[in-house]
Design a protein around this ligand. Structure first.
Ligand code: HEM
Ligand SMILES: *[C@@H]1O[C@H](CO)[C@@H](O)[C@H](O)[C@H]1NC(C)=O
Ligand SMILES: *[C@@H]1O[C@H](CO)[C@@H](O)[C@H](O)[C@H]1NC(C)=O
Length: 559
């Protein structure tokens, strides 16, 4: 009896000691301040003590916007015990520039699954190897050759939009709610998913044709089912972005989230499963069909040789096994590069939604854009050819300005200072400190971007502006060695789709004072955007005899 009591006492003492230590150790480190970070103001009262302070900030649906207002008073803020946020464009070059000694921060390791992929690999050489392999796939030469894949998706989108056209809007009448049948946020996502699946894997997902995001996948331990692709993409981001600042807590928080949230649990592996299944299907085609996509660029080098194997080897019977193994490796590379699907679809869908929103909100801008387009496109040219729109300055300025005002990746992308420390903004920062400059904040520097909250595409054209400084402060794709590899693809998608849509349709938001709102996970997600839509020339519900598309009555379809 006594013995058991004693044991219990010991246990309590031990627990008490652990608790006391876990509270006092951060406080002791905070006070001792070995990295001299106490010079910088804290974001909130717990920022110097625990990384959970940043998780707390996620209660705001738009964390970086709050950070922006805090940075107005302080260029450098401490957002975690070992984390600094820089609210100044002058820090971009130091942290992200090509010569920067910073590496990606350890948070990228914690969000890595079984294999690091190009986006979250931290090691410099490993990254360089992956990037070299992919850069062949992303070369402009290939992109332009894949224009037909984008054109095909634009075509499918307008077939669907034509069906959903309503009567032209007459002044002063209220918009009937059943006229608001195109949720552009959703359709732009179907478009980018269909496009990237074709570009990366020659896969026809057919989402635009079905008007849904259902894709076959195999949830763990189950049979093939239809899964919601967009939901599976967003679920992980929504949950994990809540605690991404808390690297030291990451694994515990993930376990808690999995236990507590059936939503998270059920979608946890859906995305990986879908991509894995798509890649399997693609590899099966490799044997039989001639395909041109990311995967073929991974498999073959520029000269058409299978990487890592010479022709003789491939042709020899004995190499079949090696080839299989090689294909298997490519598959691993690609699945772990599911980022190409992830990074490549959501961000572009966001950008498309934002720019269309800003254009609808600014009729004069829209008119100028249409004037530019009608000068460039021939009569009856339904889908804008890339060659005709790629160098239109006003179109580019409209897209740039939207990426400036609402960068799809708004947050500070974490980098780590080298062990010996470094200078940022002329301040000596110790080694191993997490540092970042959020794009959302850099894009709002009033000295470079006067009236920063206004949508003014002209600022990108006016020669009197300090355009070089503007360019180096404009970081929607970040900059340096880890900058986005997909920027040329996304610009091509945006240029073709936006040029086509604004030439063909007129748009109306639910009401004149309707506003888009945003939720920040990793990406800055715009809300749903219901639109009323009608054809521009000749307008009303009639049959487009040229292509035999029925411009049908409003079907009540709600997506
Ligand atoms: C408007 C659209 C896009 C935006 C705003 C965007 C933004 C970004 C940003 C900010 C990064 C750096 C991430 C970090 O440092 O953690 C990045 C990296 C990357 N993006 Fe994009 N992206 C877009 C479209 C695309 C597309 C279409 C693809 C592929 C088809 C793509 C593929 C990638 C890849 C593979 C990386 C990792 C590059 C590396 O680390 O070497 N992105 N992107
Ligand atoms: C758009 O932004 C890019 C990237 O910074 C820049 O190089 C280009 O000059 C800008 N172009 C226009 C027309 O806005
Ligand atoms: C994008 O295209 C430009 C101009 O064609 C080229 O200089 C640049 O290297 C390309 N960038 C990427 C990431 O492929």
């Amino acid at each position: 009896m006594r013995r058991a009591k004693q044991d219990e006492m010991d246990l309590w003492i031990l627990l008490g000691a652990i608790l006391a230590w876990s509270c006092t150790a951060p406080l002791a480190i905070y006070l001792y301040d070995p990295k001299r970070l106490r010079r910088y103001p804290n974001q909130n009262i717990f920022s110097g003590l625990t990384s959970l302070a940043y998780v707390y900030e996620r209660r705001n649906s738009f964390r970086t916007e709050i950070l922006h207002s805090q940075h107005e008073r302080h260029p450098i803020l401490r957002t975690g015990p070992n984390v600094l946020s820089f609210g100044s464009v002058a820090a971009i070059k130091d942290i992200y520039g090509h010569g920067s000694p910073c590496l990606k921060d350890d948070v990228y390791k914690s969000i890595t699954g079984s294999h690091p992929h190009i986006l979250n690999v931290v090691d410099k050489d490993d990254h360089a190897r992956k990037r070299r392999m992919l850069s062949n796939a992303f070369a402009t030469r290939n992109l332009e050759q894949w224009e037909f894949k984008i054109t095909d998706k634009v075509q499918k989108m307008i077939v669907q939009f034509d069906k959903r056209c309503t009567d032209p809007y007459l002044d002063k009448c209220a918009i009937a709610s059943d006229d608001l049948i195109v949720n552009f946020r959703f359709w732009s996502n179907l478009f980018t998913l269909d496009a990237i699946a074709d570009i990366a894997l020659s896969e026809r997902l057919g989402l635009l044709e079905s008007g849904t995001d259902l894709v076959e996948g195999i949830p763990s331990g189950s049979t093939v089912q239809n899964l919601n692709f967009i939901e599976s993409l967003h679920c992980g981001s929504r949950t994990v972005s809540r605690f991404v600042g808390a690297t030291d807590w990451f694994n515990s928080l993930k376990v808690i989230a999995t236990l507590c949230s059936p939503y998270f649990r059920s979608h946890l592996n859906d995305f990986g499963n879908i991509v894995s299944m798509l890649t399997d299907r693609r590899l099966a085609k490799q044997e039989s069909e001639e395909t041109s996509d990311f995967l073929s660029c991974l498999i073959e080098d520029k000269a058409g040789r299978i990487r890592g194997l010479d022709r003789g080897e491939i042709e020899a019977e004995a190499s079949v096994l090696r080839k299989r193994r090689f294909l298997h490796n490519c598959k691993a590379e690609l699945i772990t590069s599911s980022t190409t699907v992830d990074a490549g679809s959501d961000t572009t869908a966001i950008a498309l939604t934002n720019v269309l929103y800003y254009l609808i909100k600014h009729p004069n801008t829209l008119k100028k854009l249409r004037d530019e387009l009608s000068g460039a496109l021939a009569e009856g040219e339904t889908i804008a050819p890339y060659a005709k729109v790629k160098s239109l300055p006003y179109l580019k300025a409209c897209l740039n300005e939207s990426l400036r005002l609402s960068p799809p990746v708004p947050r500070g992308l974490e980098r780590k200072t080298p062990p010996q420390g470094m200078e940022i903004l002329g301040e000596r920062i110790a080694g191993g400190v997490t540092v970042s400059v959020p794009a959302y904040i850099a894009h709002r520097d009033p000295r470079l971007f006067p009236e920063p909250e206004s949508y003014i595409p002209e600022r990108w054209l006016d020669e009197s502006e300090p355009t070089k400084d503007m360019r180096s402060a404009f970081i929607p794709f970040t900059t340096g060695a880890r900058a986005c590899i997909g920027r040329n693809i996304t610009m091509m998608e945006q240029q073709i789709l936006i040029a086509t849509l604004v030439q063909r349709y007129d748009f109306m938001l639910p009401s004149p004072d309707w506003k888009l709102t945003w939720e920040e996970a990793f990406n800055l997600w715009p809300s749903q955007m219901p639109l009323k839509l009608w054809r521009r020339e000749g307008g009303s519900r009639e049959t487009d005899s040229r292509r035999g598309v029925q411009v049908a009555e409003a079907s009540g379809f709600s997506q």
